[in-house]
Design a protein around this ligand. Structure first.
Ligand SMILES: Nc1nc2c(ncn2[C@@H]2O[C@H](COP(=O)(O)OP(=O)(O)OP(=O)(O)O)[C@@H](O)[C@H]2O)c(=O)[nH]1
Length: 328
């Protein structure tokens, strides 16, 4: 710039060159949203030349823009004379450009960070608004990939990999939550503990791999039998737990018996063998007498033990006369 704060022709020329070649989008609109500047970034990504864009209405040459929202944003800049921003996290783009870097980037479109700047005329009035568009696709894609990875990691940390049920740590946390919830609200909630009968014999007779297939088949049956709201976990090697939200002992028995019969009907084929097996189950409905979630578990275990003693392939419901094993 020269001393009088005006541009000579040479300076004007290179200023325009910078605006044209800079790697951000630059659009200037007047109060009627007619385009006055449309730089090469905009041309390259939209296919609309500056000649086509010049003096055309922004919303007519780019009908993809959400007009009501964006017009309101431009109007506020005219009215208040303040800058305004649009983050990609709130709205991925203003101008929908197809992403032009499919090899380096996974996104189908360009993520954008957009700034709206008031441009003042000599009388200090905002006569135009500059829209500056930054391509933030790489940042957005990396950030989103990180978020996905964290979600996957979180799922991994609570899932038993063999069965896809919750792992013991997470399931037991859920049990504690349900125990505490009951103490606040007293809505019925029941616990079913069960394990595979004579599972050691399955391993000893057929081997560890067929044994694993049996465990997986049981877990799959649990997932197919339980309700969406029920919480199923692998408690130990061949021991499982299901928390039934909103269910008393009687309705839990329907679930337990349905599960028992479905497992009884299963045939797992492994290494040329057809393997049949059964499960034994114990039910404990939560009550005010239960002193902790561990106590609740012990009651369900006592009922499970009663099923084992009764001959296996049975469902038993906890009663006060059952002896508790303090092992948990
Ligand atoms: N294949 C396989 N076996 C497992 C796994 N986890 C535990 N086991 C086996 O499960 C068996 C459990 O045996 P026990 O606790 O004696 O119970 P059981 O033979 O089922 O007898 P009851 O419960 O009294 O009917 C043991 O032999 C463990 O090695 C696993 O992930 N895969």
């Amino acid at each position: 710039m020269n001393g009088t704060n005006t541009l000579d022709l040479g300076e004007w020329h290179w200023m325009m060159h910078i605006l044209q070649t800079i790697d951000v989008g630059l659009v200037v609109v007047d109060r009627e949203y007619n385009v006055r500047v449309w730089n090469s970034f905009m041309e390259n990504h939209s296919g609309i030349s500056p000649e086509e864009a010049s003096r055309s209405n922004l919303f007519e040459i780019f009908p993809d823009i959400q007009r009501e929202w964006f017009q309101h944003k431009i109007d506020s800049v005219f009215l208040l004379g303040n800058r305004s921003y649009t983050l990609w996290e709130e709205r991925p783009y203003v101008f929908k450009f197809k992403n032009y870097r499919p090899i380096t980037s996974m996104a189908d479109f360009m993520y954008q960070y957009t700034t709206l700047l008031p441009l003042k005329s000599t009388d200090d009035e905002t006569s135009h608004v500059a829209i500056v568009i930054y391509d933030v696709t790489d940042i957005a894609v990396n950030r989103l990939a990180l978020k996905d990875a964290n979600t996957a990691l979180e799922a991994l940390s609570i899932t038993d990999q063999m069965t896809q049920l919750f792992n013991r740590a997470h399931w037991e946390n859920q049990l504690t939550n349900e125990y505490m919830r009951y103490n606040r609200r007293h809505d019925p909630v029941s616990l079913v503990m069960f394990d595979i009968d004579h599972f050691k014999k399955v391993n000893d007779t057929y081997g560890h791999h067929p044994g694993d297939l049996v465990i997986k088949a049981v877990a799959k049956t649990v997932l197919e039998t339980k309700r969406e709201t029920d919480i199923a976990g692998r408690y130990g090697g061949e021991e499982f737990g299901v928390i039934l939200i909103g269910a008393d002992a009687a309705s839990t028995r329907f679930f337990a018996e349905r599960l028992r019969k479905r497992v009884e009907a299963l045939v797992v084929e492994a290494d040329g063998h057809k393997i049949n097996f059964t499960i034994s189950l114990g039910i404990a409905e939560m009550s005010k007498e239960m002193k902790s979630h561990t106590h609740w578990l012990q009651c369900a275990d006592a009922a499970l033990y009663s099923s084992k003693r009764g001959g296996r392939n049975l469902t038993s419901t906890y009663t006060m006369d059952m002896k508790l094993d303090e092992g948990h």
